[in-house]
Design a protein around this ligand. Sequence first.
Ligand SMILES: NC(=O)c1ccc[n+]([C@@H]2O[C@H](COP(=O)([O-])OP(=O)(O)OC[C@H]3O[C@@H](n4cnc5c(N)ncnc54)[C@H](O)[C@@H]3O)[C@@H](O)[C@H]2O)c1
Length: 266
Amino acid sequence: MMEQASAFSGKVVVVTGAASGIGRATVRAFAAQGASVVAADCAEGVHETVAGLAQALAIQIDAGDEAAVQQLVEAACDRFGGIDVFYANAGISGGTAGILDSTVELWTEVLRVNLIGPALAIKHAAPRIVARGGGAILCTASVAGLRSGAGGTPYSASKAGVINLVQTAAQQLATSGVRVNAICPGLIETGMTERAFTYARERGREDRLGQLNPLRRAGVPEEIAAVAVFLASDAASYVNGQAIVVDGGLSSSHPVTRQEFGKAAF
Ligand SMILES: NC(=O)c1ccc[n+]([C@@H]2O[C@H](COP(=O)([O-])OP(=O)(O)OC[C@H]3O[C@@H](n4cnc5c(N)ncnc54)[C@H](O)[C@@H]3O)[C@@H](O)[C@H]2O)c1
């Protein structure tokens, strides 16, 4: 596949969690904008993500392991000469465990991958991005990090941590030329949510998916990838330390029981 050289021509973009879902769509979106892309994931499918891309490298690593994150950063710099954008997107759901049934083992693993992983990405990628004269770091948080109701307790806490992480990192990287932002997706059809989508489809209840947001549908990975490309671009040059919600409007309302309340006649 030939990519059109454009906004990200000459830029190097690293994406974790790139074997599937949001990460895979984002790698392809940046490549379509002319970027050299480094796709990282612990799963083999990461090689398929870069198939057909001209300037691409796939690496199998654990995004929650410091030595592996360092290896990823080194590999990107060795292959493409530096890093301009790092998207720490890898994550696990940890299931639906609540506060009373979450084990220490579950807490430790969810926080390791979902929160410590992005912290390690910032720690090791930021100096390389500074060396290029500035750029952007993105992390995937979630609407689950804003309030309850979109995942298990360790997952929600880990994503709340990511929102705080980009705030503190943006402050600490002041004057470095590196902007740090998070994206908070709502319900997106990916590997993580596959079971819910399959379950609904098997029962003919696909129309229930995403019904709580005003767009009345779930999102697709490309709708998150488009926001990631924007946040990493010069068009977002004044967006820093923010958690950008991309959820079809889900989080814009308190829960209401009277659905017709204030509804326009469309
Ligand atoms: N799908 C949704 O509705 C939704 C909503 C909000 C936030 N998110 C977040 O979006 C991000 C991407 O998830 P997705 O929805 O595309 O799901 P996905 O399961 O399709 O993709 C996640 C990828 O992360 C990889 N991964 C998991 N642990 C890893 C590790 N330790 N090291 C390297 N790679 C690892 C997986 O192998 C997988 O390829 C996650 O952080 C997730 O929490 C998803």
